[in-house]
Ligand binder design. Structure first.
Ligand SMILES: *[C@@H]1O[C@H](CO)[C@@H](O)[C@H](O)[C@H]1NC(C)=O
Ligand SMILES: *[C@@H]1O[C@H](CO)[C@@H](O)[C@H](O)[C@H]1NC(C)=O
Ligand SMILES: *[C@@H]1O[C@H](CO)[C@@H](O)[C@H](O)[C@H]1NC(C)=O
Ligand SMILES: [Cu+2]
Length: 572
């Protein structure tokens, strides 16, 4: 590699003098859409769905004026993977860095586009994004893209799609009718989409290279992606450029992104299919009639006609992302100064099943955690002020934080950290980490969302160099609703210095409209922040999680149904 090439990523990260402001005006409202032929209400922007692509160059300022015209739901938007350095109040999770934007109100998001790469934006309010409020976000690094020698680039979102709506489904999922004892099953999607439709076509010229930005926007399912007759060269994951690595198949979990290069064949005689197919791992059973795959077409010439779809029962040999090497060569971070150990822990409570990652299942507090950090002075260093149910971990500036995550569940879970990407030092399948640090890679794979395998463990490291309040959670939206979340409060005293005038006016305004306090500890106690008796306590779950309870599938419980299906398959 030439020196120039080594310097490019550095130069690209410095906001150039030509950095511009990219402005969007969004009116968020209910519209109708039928991406798989089934018409249903979805959350649209400016009267349309699919949603617009957010696009900027690294270093630009992105400004989104968002008006909530939903009428019946609050909202808030997260810019998945963006670091939000100096602007954590723009990160979006409702009840954490802001109050929800109530119906009839507006809120302006403004932040610097950083880092570059393939991202997405999505609602971070009560299980809302699978109802449509999610879209791709591309932050270009023109210098890096030039090194790829591509003819063109395409966005390829993959998502699972429900016919029912999240309010009601969330309530049912968390209800006493669906305890683990009763199956604890996540609702199974009705379709899988590519770019929010059924068949996507990418035009390809012989011998030319194309960058395909694969972005998973799913609520539950991971997807296998394969291109017939064409290898993929993986060049970036979650915005982190990697040494180009060839593969036939990738498995992309909820919220992950893979940037891959496809090279056109020199002498094509036909068009080729590609496929995005459900990994049914998280499905309790595969419903009869569920179409597992969605087809795409690499089109050299319309005259060649439609290719035969790529149909496979399984996808052995998919790329192990642990083996990828970041192009910037960032070495293994030094020994941890703070180690946090967590268990993925699904438990039945009397109200229904919940999932803990820290000490208890996450439950939002009365005061958004960021506002507690900004208004409690020196007490902000004491995790107690944030309330036990936020699973708060206070980090010192510059800490090397090591997360050891034990997945006690027999399903896989993709874990996401806001405000950072992390190094992945170890990942085990079906057994805990053995504590051996000698096997840590010298240049570990880095990304912002990584899958913990069923009954396996993860060891992650990141540097606390971004003062803020950042969530770490499973990205399966059902599990967010169950409480599989912890909160990092990173360098709170430095954070307070970033907001010398306190909480910005527009943030206070949307809280005040809803009577939500914006000062003091988790209960809004400003006099004695260490008195947390009025905060939300463990097991004080919301009795009405999201919308009115819908009826479970008639006549049988999920687990019973699964057993019937298994029995039917076993009998000859
Ligand atoms: C959607 O899928 C669920 C779960 O399999 C099923 O109960 C429901 O009938 C499906 N809805 C439609 C309209 O196909
Ligand atoms: C799992 O969560 C339950 C309920 O919060 C708790 O009592 C139990 O100790 C947790 N178990 C582990 C291994 O973390
Ligand atoms: C809000 O209204 C939409 C459109 O009618 C509906 O689909 C959605 O379920 C409603 N939300 C709640 C929380 O009831
Ligand atoms: Cu999960």
């Amino acid at each position: 590699m030439t020196l120039a090439l080594l310097l490019l990523p550095l130069l690209a990260s410095i906001p150039s003098s030509i950095a511009k402001v990219v402005t969007y005006n969004w009116d968020i409202s209910w519209v109708h859409a039928a991406p798989d032929g089934f018409d249903r209400p979805v959350i649209g922007i400016n009267g349309k769905w699919p949603l617009p692509k957010v696009e900027a160059n690294v270093g630009d300022t992105i400004v989104v004026h968002a008006t909530n015209s939903l009428g019946n739901e609050t909202t808030g938007i997260h810019w998945h993977g963006q670091f939000q350095t100096g602007s954590v109040n723009m990160d979006g999770p409702v009840g954490v860095t802001q109050c929800g934007i109530p119906p009839g109100s507006s809120f302006t998001y403004s932040f610097q586009a950083n880092p570059a790469g393939s991202y997405w934006y999505h609602s971070h309010a009560s299980g809302q994004y699978p109802d449509g409020l999610r879209g791709p976000m591309i932050i270009h690094d023109k210098a890096w893209e030039a090194t790829l020698k591509i003819e063109d680039q395409y966005v390829m979102t993959v998502s699972d799609w429900y016919h029912d709506q999240m309010p009601g489904m969330v309530h049912y999922y968390l209800s006493a009718q669906n305890t683990i004892d009763h199956g604890g099953a996540e609702p199974i999607p009705n379709a899988t989409l590519i770019n929010d439709k059924q068949t996507e076509t990418f035009k390809i010229k012989p011998g030319k290279k194309y960058l395909i930005r694969i972005i998973s926007m799913t609520a539950l399912a991971a997807h296998y992606v394969q291109f017939d007759g064409h290898k993929m060269e993986v060049v970036a994951i979650d915005g982190v450029p990697v040494k180009s690595t060839p593969t036939d198949v990738i498995l992309v979990s909820s919220a992950q992104r893979y940037d891959v290069i496809i090279t056109g064949l020199r002498n094509p005689k036909k068009n080729y299919a590609f496929v995005s197919q459900f990994d049914p791992d998280m499905f309790d059973f595969v419903p009869e009639g569920l179409v597992m795959a969605n087809d795409g077409i690499l089109e050299y010439d319309p005259a060649f006609g439609k290719p035969t779809p790529l149909r496979k029962d399984s996808f052995p040999g998919f790329l192990d992302d642990f083996t990828l090497v970041p192009l910037d060569g960032q070495p293994l971070l030094g020994n941890p100064t703070q180690t946090v150990t967590m268990n993925v822990n699904f438990t039945d409570f009397s109200v229904g099943a919940r999932a803990g990652l820290g000490k208890t299942p996450y439950i939002g507090q009365k005061v958004p955690t960021l506002f507690t950090a900004l208004t409690t002075g020196q007490n902000a260093k004491n995790p107690k002020v944030y309330g036990e149910t936020t699973n708060p971990y206070v980090l010192n500036k510059g800490d090397i934080v090591q997360i050891v995550l034990n997945n006690l569940d027999d399903g896989g879970h993709p874990f996401h950290l806001h405000g950072h990407n992390f190094q992945v030092l170890a990942r085990t399948t079906t057994q805990p980490w053995d504590g051996n640090t000698a096997t840590f890679p010298k240049v570990p794979m880095r990304r912002d969302t990584v899958k913990a395998y069923a009954s396996g463990a993860l060891v992650l490291r990141f540097k606390a160099d971004n003062p803020g309040v950042f969530l770490f959670h499973c990205h399966i939206d059902w599990h967010v609703e169950s409480g599989l979340t912890v909160t990092f409060i990173e360098a709170p005293c430095d954070l307070q210095k970033q907001f010398p005038n306190g909480i910005p006016h527009q943030q206070k305004a949307i809280c005040q409209k809803q009577g939500i306090p914006t000062e003091g500890n988790c209960a809004g106690n400003t006099r004695n922040p260490l008195d947390t008796s009025k905060c939300v306590q463990p097991e004080q779950f919301d009795p009405n999680p999201y919308g009115a309870l819908i009826n479970p599938p008639k006549g049988r419980r999920m687990r019973d149904f699964a057993r019937e299906v298994a029995a039917a398959q076993a009998s000859p």
